[in-house]
Ligand binder design. Structure first.
Ligand code: NDP
Length: 445
């Protein structure tokens, strides 16, 4: 960086300790350096400085009562990062690791991701350090109701539309929606990822995992590669990982490994997804239980070992910074030719460098996993029109969007002189629309 170095330095100074946020900003600003040179009007209007500062950051107390009658206190967050092209939109993460820096990195990435979908959605993100694991349904409900009691002041179908993320699935969205409706006495599309009975969209559950595979399929086709006959390793065993496994298998690949935050399973004969869905979606159990159903498979403690399994395609779909430089090198040495990010920022900067240097077909998160929010955008449209599209209609639109994201990112990368660099392409393609909108709207925020 040269032109944008002061912008990055100011972010580090103003947001001490927010390492994930610094990491995300650095990667994006590095890509935007040629944009700053080509478009001096953006520099003059302070677009870059404004772009890295959230429009609004909300932090609040979330008190709730556990099953033993004890009062618990968590911290809630909503970062409304950028509304230049539409209402703030982004998920709610419920995980003990959540802090302001993590929510800001996710909200920042979300601006570009939402722009890439071509739908009118601004960027935001929220969450809490509440851990749904091991809590009863009633405890989860009381937490979600308390969380919404405060969040309701800041959101609305034309203002900010939250969705799911790690730890926030259909159950949590249902409890939050119920509370919002009670408080507002309004039935609106204020949250996405809703149940099908009350305004949810078909194919939303599958969308991120399916979209990831559609994106990678397109990127691989351009290089003469395909899912068909390939061996795939996927980390995580949550929403994204499960439906990426399903679609990759439908496209002719063999998925041999999945994980959770305790360890990973390796099934050389191919993962039996029904068993994973039973353990994870129905019983809310641990991935280690898979070997009780399939003794021929192996279970290993620890997460990073999964990247030592030889594969053609890796789809990290658990969490941020799960592939470091060492794991990335191991993947490349073992013959992996494509990496598609289902999770947000799963590769460290060192890992990204390894992928780019070795000309791996690398689909960065904000492009490759945009299918979830794209389908949330389609859920918002259906809610506004008060009608429901069929699974096939939504799936076809999702596929169309993922192909166009690949094409736009690829074209931007070529325009700025590094044809196969989809990190560069996705950052620039996402940024241009937001920057032009900010310029047109004047210095209002
Ligand atoms: P889920 O909560 O459904 O699943 C998360 C999975 O990742 C679980 O298997 C979980 O294991 C594992 N995991 C979580 N934290 C860690 C950790 N610190 N170390 C190792 N493994 C971990 O979440 P999603 O599948 O929805 O989200 C996964 C990723 O995809 C996240 O980065 C999210 O931001 C991103 N994403 C999700 C979208 C969506 O539509 N859901 C859209 C776009 C991106 P365990 O059960 O042990 O916690």
């Amino acid at each position: 960086m040269t032109h944008l170095t002061p912008v990055y330095e100011a972010v580090v100074k103003r947001n001490p300790g927010e390492t994930e946020f610094h990491q995300a900003v650095q990667e994006v600003l590095e890509s935007l350096e040629p944009v700053a040179l080509k478009y001096p009007e953006f520099v003059k209007a302070g677009i870059f400085e404004r772009f890295v500062e959230p429009e609004r950051q909300i932090m609040f107390r979330v008190p709730w009562v556990d099953d033993a009658g004890k009062v618990q206190v968590n911290r809630g967050f909503r970062v409304q990062f950028n509304s230049a092209i539409g209402p703030y939109k982004g998920g709610i993460r419920l995980h003990p690791s959540v802090n302001l820096g993590i929510i800001k990195f996710l909200g920042f990435e979300q601006i570009l991701k939402n722009s890439l979908t071509t739908l009118p959605m601004g960027g935001g993100k929220g969450g809490s350090d509440f851990d749904p694991k091991g809590k009863s349904d009633m405890e989860v409900m009381r937490f979600c109701q308390s969380f919404m009691l405060e969040l309701t002041r800041y959101i609305g179908p034309d203002t900010d539309v939250p969705a799911g993320d790690i730890g926030t699935g259909g159950r949590e969205i249902g409890y939050m929606f119920g509370m919002y409706k009670k408080l507002r006495n309004e039935f609106t599309g204020v949250l996405t990822g809703k149940g099908l009975q009350y305004g949810g969209s078909l194919a939303r559950t599958e969308a991120t995992g399916y979209g990831l595979c559609y994106f990678m399929d397109e990127a691989m086709k351009a290089k003469g590669k395909t899912f068909s006959g390939s061996t795939v390793v996927i980390s995580g065993s949550g929403n994204v990982a499960i439906y990426a496994t399903q679609k990759a298998t439908q496209l002719g690949a063999k998925v041999v490994a999945l994980s959770d935050s305790n360890g990973y399973i390796y099934d050389k004969t191919g993962i039996k997804l029904e068993t994973v869905q039973l353990i994870k979606e129905v019983q809310r159990g641990r991935i280690s239980e898979y070997v009780q159903h399939h003794p021929e498979a192996e279970y290993h403690d620890g997460c990073s070992g999964i990247w030592s399994i030889p594969c053609d395609i890796a789809l990290p779909s658990a969490t941020q910074n799960e592939i470091d430089g060492v794991s990335a090198k191991m993947l490349v040495q073992n013959g992996c030719f494509a990496v598609g990010e289902g999770a947000n920022m799963p590769s460290t900067p060192e890992a990204v460098e390894v992928f780019l240097k070795n000309r791996i077909i690398y689909g960065p998160a904000k492009a490759a996993n945009a299918g979830g929010v794209a389908t949330s955008g389609l859920e918002m449209s259906q809610n506004s029109m008060r009608l429901s599209w069929t699974f096939e209609e939504v799936d076809a639109k999702l596929k169309e969007i993922m192909v166009s994201i690949y094409k736009n990112a690829s074209a931007a990368a070529a325009e700025f002189g590094d044809a196969d660099n989809l990190v560069l392409g996705a950052n620039i393609a996402g940024f241009m629309k937001v920057a032009r909108a900010m310029l047109a709207q004047g210095v209002t925020y």
